[in-house]
Design a protein around this ligand. Sequence first.
Ligand code: C2E
Ligand code: CA
Ligand code: CA
Length: 880
Amino acid sequence: MDRPILKFTPRDIALLRPANEAERLAALHDLKILNTAPETQFDAICRTAQVLFGTPIALISLLDEDRQWFKARCGLSDDGTSRDVAFCNHTIQADAVLVVEDARDDARFSANPLVTGKPGIRFYAGAPLILRSGIRVGSLCIIDTEPRRFTTEQADQLRDLAVVVTANLRVHQDRTEHRRVAATLADTDGALRDAQTRYASLADALPQMVWTVSPRDRVTAYRNASFRAYYGEAGEPVERRLSRNHPDDVDRMSRAWEAAVLKRQALELEGRLRRHDGDYRWHRIVMTPLRRGGEVVEWLGTALDIDHIIAAQNELKETGDLLRLAQEAAEAGIWEWDMRTDVVRLSSMSARMHNLPVPNGQDAFEIPLADWKAQVHPDDLPEVWTEVKRAIADRSTYSCEFRIANPAVPAEPRWMQSFGRMLDDGAGEPARCVGLQIDITDRKASEARIAYVASHDDLTGLPNRTVFHATLERLLAELGNGSGQGALLCLDLDRFKSVNDTLGHHAGDGLLRVVADRLRATVGDDDVIARLGGDEFAIILRGPTGLESARTLAQAVITSIGQPIHLGSQVVTIGASVGIAVAPEHGLEVDILHRHADLALYRAKAAGRNSFQVYTEGMDQALENRNKLEFDMHLAHRKEEFQLHYQPVVAMADGQVRGFEALMRWPHPTRGMVSPAEFIPIAEETGLVVPLGAWALEQACSFAASWPIEARIAVNVSAVQFQQPGLEAAVRHALAVSGLAADRLELEITESLMIQDSEAVVACLHRLRSIGVRIALDDFGTGYSSLSYLRRFPFDKIKIDRSFVREIDDPDAQVIVRAVVSIGERLGTAITAEGVETEDQLALVRQTGCTEVQGFLFGKPMPAEQALAFMQEQIPRKAA
Ligand code: C2E
Ligand code: CA
Ligand code: CA
């Protein structure tokens, strides 16, 4: 109790802190052992010390900044105390073991709560844990609640154990450090993996193939999704994959790869890679070497599919090639007009077309726009320029044709066709015009030829039906729009067919040319003459006085064409019939006006040749009637409804019947008796006259063969029957079938047959005459050049036309008839006067010297039975 008590205050403790406290604390903290979980090696040392020294308490205490913390403890539940009460503060002051045999007797500890209170420390021995020189981080200590003696030997043992603790502390530190490094490493690994995952998904999202190749084995290591999709999943050496590429690309690609590997340089090329399905696709391939420390550790490859681009390029190139080819084949020239400078750039071909000299070695030529324009034919320039301006305004293309000067043949400028396209400057302003130009001179010439051939009649050079139609259509459209008059004249040559058939086509062609020339000479320049075919012509007349001009012209045309025509050695005379329709009165449509003019023409022909008729409304009906008649005629012929009537021909001298003329009759069911003057022309047009004529021959001959008298039978033969072969046969057949003597048959032919002046006709007449048939010239005096026929063929009879007999009281008519009679007398030809109706006429006719007469005065045409009766009457008279 009397013992002085030295109490250590916290300040004292603070003073006890070593000089290198900061370094010491840093070292302690570096151990990373504070607050860690108990560890077997420290616990084991603790227990060893407890057992070795037989103390209830053993501790491994680490002295932190303001506490002591027990890494291991035996016999104590607390894991530490505040620093100020710690015995350790003293222990760490020196390398030696601190021994306190009785704390109550030690001034440093007697007041220490751990001594005065729990756990009631009396004995304490602590060995410092020396990490390195001067750095003591804590202690290994043994504590007893009873005072103890502690030998040096024991102290050494405790110090040895402390060294083991320190060693374990270092192990702990190393392990922690290792773990830290490992942890750091682990962290780094994770980040790397993250990055790789990111890059991989990025690469997988790329449309191009991405892969890596190890330079050692050259096998692909990494392959992105596109790569796998293209090649499949399996990795393989570059070389093998390369060898499968497009045969045309393999060598080039392999060489490029080997060179890149050798030089360790990036490679970039295009080639067709073979997909797993065998498809080749163009790719742009880039191989980049990845280096580490100068060594290539990996090749990074990318391949972008450019198949569609290559395809487009190829297509473009093909198009380009085609265009070039087309240009060459078409001999097209190219030109370009820069609208900002007005300079026209011509390719060598274009320049040649423009007769511009292209300097040697140059393939283009530049001229100012004004010079280019000067080359274009002045008549064509306005149209060209209008078209160009339109194209500029529309920003579109244009095509035009124009002529350019031809220095070689100035009279024949060359034709060009030009195609152009406007190009803008990107801001919508026209900047350039580019185009092609082709020399179409030849085409134009052939077009013109074709157009001429297509629009003109070869033979006469007159416009043809096509032009006629178009011209008339134009004229009618104009007339329909306003005032003015026009007329259509349809023209048909009379007896042309006979000329053509008997004199031959060559003569017919010559005749048509003469007619065309006469028409040209007659018709005004403004009017259009066309040949519609055969001997049909048309004249389109325009003028203020439609009908009057048309009448005047029609008459002029008829007169002109009626003039004798010289065809080589022959002279022929033909006539023309004209039908007139006037516009707008008779129609404003081509077809209608044409039909009306045709109707008028038909009427003109029917009314007698060499005349014209103007269309009237009744003509439509007339045509309808005619068509109906034609139809009925065919029917009547099949049903054998035609009949023959017979008119007696008597001798002037004694009034005796010399014969009968067979005249056809058609008793029509509704029209009554139709006159042959009406139906024979139609039968001639339709050709029905041929079988009808043959029938008449047979019928007449058979009838004549049955007569009681040896009189003659006269049968009318149409010119059309001579155009057909077979008239001779029909005659022979009629004679054979009837048994009639040939000299009792008389064929009556008309001037219209003779007008053909054909040797074939004359020859045929001679042949007929040679078998005994007699030939009579009918209707004498109605045509032209009548007397000349008499010299061409020795007719057996001439029948003077009724029109003379009608006017026989006219001295002129008497003179003509007398002249004919005297010619007949000289030639030994009988002369018959037709149409004698009165005794007066008979008396006058008798004075002219006619040998026979025919007419109502003696007998009208009568049916066969009456004719027979007429003969019976004559027989007694004759006998008488
Ligand atoms: P054509 O050969 O001149 O015949 C005479 C015409 O004058 C007949 O008219 C006859 O009836 C008529 N005629 C006779 N005497 C008189 C008279 O005194 N006064 C008047 N006014 N007329 C008289 P048709 O029978 O009407 O025959 C007209 C024409 O038809 C014929 O004229 C003939 O060219 C033609 N024709 C008649 N039958 C045939 C035939 O079988 N074949 C051919 N190809 N033509 C025929
Ligand atoms: Ca007759
Ligand atoms: Ca007659």
